[in-house]
Design a protein around this ligand. Structure first.
Ligand code: ZN
Ligand code: ZN
Length: 369
């Protein structure tokens, strides 16, 4: 698909000036930024970068000043949780369609990244959750609270698996004191209870319609992030989401191991956003899981990571089966040393390209695609 139209993201600062920019030029800047670390042959089409940089910030700034038409993916946070580090934000992305942002996941730091990207947080009317782990929901109370405090008057609706309605209601309860104080002290009139709504979406093996408006069409399937042994004891489910617009299709795999459902949902998509952990890190997690099990704790977090997340081979298998045009890696797992801030970017690229011949982009916070 040929895409050369730019976009303009109107954030909370009104001074952004129209300035044409193409997605290609954004990618070019990102490539230039990372070219020095792209030594292995055959990787010339892959994009990767680590850490914040002035070069990338400049590319994002250019994108923000483009025209509004078209569909753009803005990566807000690209690290796997629940850990927090200063190199990458927890998972969150914005799909901006003709200037209107839709948020997909809202991990810790997402509100700051909405400001940094100039997408803005007051403009978010609709958000989607792939699942309700805290590295995908941590910033929801902040998002809703600052929308209310900073003058948003229109509704905000969140769609996600079982528990989403309860989560949004709980977030409103968290901000209730703030609402009461400002309502009395500042003459506010917006009712937070009536402004924010959560909607539970059913999980299924075949795509289910989740949301539709005049810009996007969203469908979902259940992925494999929660194993049967856990699902037998809880109503929670984990989703992959597909957003179709008039000019683009973007699929978010969510947190998942290999999933035939996800491959089906992603069939022919322009962009396949998928989590990743490199094989060495996942093998290390498997070893630690076995040690924990031997010590009497079989359902430990290391087992969770090793069994319910995607290796590069898993990503490649889903991307290849779905025949997607581009893979974008997010929810990246740091490693291999526990607590390390090193992201094994080269291993990500090489691992995925072993089983998938399309374009591979290793996402970075604030990257625009
Ligand atoms: Zn996660
Ligand atoms: Zn998760």
């Amino acid at each position: 698909m040929s895409r050369s139209r730019g976009t303009r993201f109107e954030g909370d600062s009104p001074e952004a000036e129209p300035h044409a920019v193409t997605r290609r030029s954004v990618l070019s800047n990102a490539l230039a930024l990372t070219a020095m670390t792209l030594a292995p042959a055959g990787l010339s089409r892959a994009v990767h970068a680590q850490g914040a940089s002035g070069g990338l910030a400049a590319a994002v700034q250019q994108a923000q000043r483009g025209t509004k038409a078209g569909t753009y993916l803005v990566l807000l946070g690209t690290r796997a949780g629940p850990a927090i580090d200063l190199a990458r934000g927890q998972t969150g992305s914005a799909v901006v369609v003709d200037g209107q942002p839709y948020l997909v996941d809202c991990g810790y730091g997402t509100v700051r990244q909405l400001v940094a990207s100039n997408v803005g947080y007051l403009q978010v009317n609709t958000l989607f959750f792939t699942h309700l782990h805290d590295d995908h929901t941590g910033d929801v109370p902040a998002l809703l609270s600052y929308q209310w405090s900073n003058g948003k008057t229109t509704p905000t609706d969140a769609y996600g698996p079982y528990g989403t309605t309860r989560l949004v209601a709980a977030c409103v309860a968290v901000i209730h004191s703030n609402v009461e104080i400002r309502t009395v002290d500042e003459g506010r009139i917006v009712d937070a209870d009536a402004q924010f709504h959560g909607h539970d979406v059913s999980a299924a093996d075949t795509p289910v319609a989740v949301f539709k408006d005049d810009r996007i069409d969203v469908t979902a399937v259940e992925n494999t992030h929660y194993p049967p042994r856990s699902k037998a004891h809880m109503p929670h489910r984990s989703l992959a989401l597909r957003i179709d617009t008039k000019d683009r299709s973007i699929v978010f795999a969510g947190d998942t191991a290999y999933s035939a459902n996800v491959a089906r949902l992603a069939r022919g998509a322009d962009v396949f956003v998928c989590e990743i952990g490199d094989a060495t890190t996942l093998a290390l997690m498997d070893e630690r899981s076995k040690a924990e099990a031997a010590a009497g704790n079989p359902n430990n977090i290391f087992r969770h990571v090793a069994e319910t997340h995607s290796s590069p081979a898993d990503v490649a298998r889903m991307a290849s089966e779905a025949d997607v045009k581009m893979v974008v890696l997010n929810h990246q797992l740091a490693g291999p040393a526990p607590g390390s801030l090193a992201y094994p970017v080269t291993a990500f690229i090489q691992g995925v390209r072993r089983g998938y011949s399309g374009e591979v982009v290793v996402g970075q916070d604030l990257m625009v695609l």
